[in-house]
Design a protein. Structure first.
Length: 385
């Protein structure tokens, strides 16, 4: 349909084309090039990390972060079930398995109380390691996820992780621009924090990721492992490494986008606020979490539908489509996904209560007020009929 309003498309109206042309003119198109370093510095500043290494995607960034922090074959990594499949895949790429847990209503992030209780009851210490008793597997790390760009309640999560000696990798894929208790997402206590620059994220590099941390030596190790673990300028390699570097072409787009990061995030928040205002009166609907202790990045906008009160989210998506609007249902939880059906899992009642009722709505940074009004009118028509 010609006038279909898309869910989320990038806004490339800054210096993107000019910087790409610079790459072509200079022939620096690969992972050696000035834009990569410049991009890493811009991201480090934006998330308040001491150091950042740019990588090829959020997924490879998560895998690299876990590997850097010592996650190995057969380990367990605690993961909230309400996340994009990439979080679980990155754990599986280490030969490890997610240990799936529930989220809390107030942020849709890992529930700190369930996390603590599961560790207290189901694990035991053996030397310096913690083991999951039922599966006899080492629990090496926890991966909190900042769902839709909304930080998880990190203070209690980090406190529990430290007590049990777990490494913390934050999946902050869509959370660039968010804060938690006034702190930026790179400074919330995780050992490593991973951002995605995929095409549909608030800031894009076409594809790409960044791994940031407060300990420069840890980020340096991630950089080393992500660049074939080369130990000198020749062909000596000291570990099994990966080719995960971001290219200068990606970083060129990323740099142009980072120049506008504040504006892009502000637009996302404005769109989300405008939906909230316009749809507030529709009976039975709810909005995405907005806890007092965080300012979310509002990567996606949308609503939650009242069960038994509205058509199912999938039906609303179909009806929106006939009106030229691209709305979507949301991530099916990991414990229901074929590759992870046998992963250790705790009860996930909150996860199950919310995921089916989530409806995401068009929220491109470049969305016009007129198009947004069209979405609101269409939605009211569908939900109030
Ligand atoms: C986007 C996203 C990813 C994946 O990032 P890619 O760059 O697409 O690999 C991982 N986790 C979450 C929570 C995401 O939103």
């Amino acid at each position: 349909m010609a006038d279909m309003i898309p869910l989320c498309v990038p806004d490339l109206r800054g210096n993107e084309a000019r910087y790409l042309q610079d790459c072509v003119d200079s022939t620096f198109v690969s992972s050696v090039g000035p834009f990569v370093t410049q991009f890493e510095e811009a991201v480090a500043k934006a998330i308040d990390a001491k150091a950042v290494t740019a990588v090829s995607s959020g997924t490879t960034g998560l895998h690299l972060a876990l590997t850097t922090l010592g996650v190995e074959r057969d380990d367990l990594v605690v993961l909230p079930s309400l996340t994009f499949i990439a979080s679980a895949n990155a754990i599986a790429h280490c030969g490890a398995s997610p240990w799936l847990m529930d989220v809390s209503y107030d942020s849709w992030g890992l529930d700190p109380a369930s996390f603590r209780k599961a560790l207290e009851i189901q694990t035991e210490r053996r030397g310096s390691d913690v083991f999951h008793k039922a599966s006899n597997r080492r629990v090496k790390a926890v991966m909190p996820v900042y769902v839709l760009g909304q930080p998880a309640d990190m203070d209690p999560i980090v406190e529990t992780a430290r007590e049990f000696g777990l490494a913390v990798v934050a999946d902050a894929a869509a959370a660039l621009g968010a804060t938690y208790k006034g702190r930026s997402v790179g400074a919330l206590g995780a050992d490593l924090t991973v951002i995605s620059f995929n095409g549909n994220k608030t800031v894009t590099a076409g594809g790409g990721g960044a791994v940031g941390g407060q300990d420069e030596a840890v980020v340096a190790l991630a950089r080393h492992l992500g660049t074939t673990a080369r130990s000198d300028t020749g062909y000596d390699h000291d570990r099994v490494g990966y080719n995960y570097r971001m290219t200068n072409l990606q970083a060129a787009v990323g740099c142009a986008q980072m120049e506008r990061v504040d504006d892009l995030v502000a637009r996302k928040r404005a769109i989300s606020g405008r939906y909230r205002e316009a749809l507030m009166g529709v009976p039975g609907i709810g909005f995405f979490p907005d806890p007092a202790w965080a300012v979310g990045a509002c990567w996606f906008s949308g609503i939650t539908l009242g069960e038994n009160r509205h058509p199912a989210a999938a039906d609303v998506v179909d009806q929106l489509r006939t009106k030229g609007i691209d709305g979507r249902t949301f991530w099916k939880p990991i414990h229901l996904q074929t590759p992870y059906l046998s992963a250790p899992a705790e009860a996930t009642p909150v996860c199950e209560a919310v995921w089916r009722n989530i409806l995401t709505l068009p929220c491109s940074a470049g969305l016009s007020d007129a198009d947004q009004d069209r979405v609101v009118d269409a939605l009211k028509e569908i939900l109030c009929q």
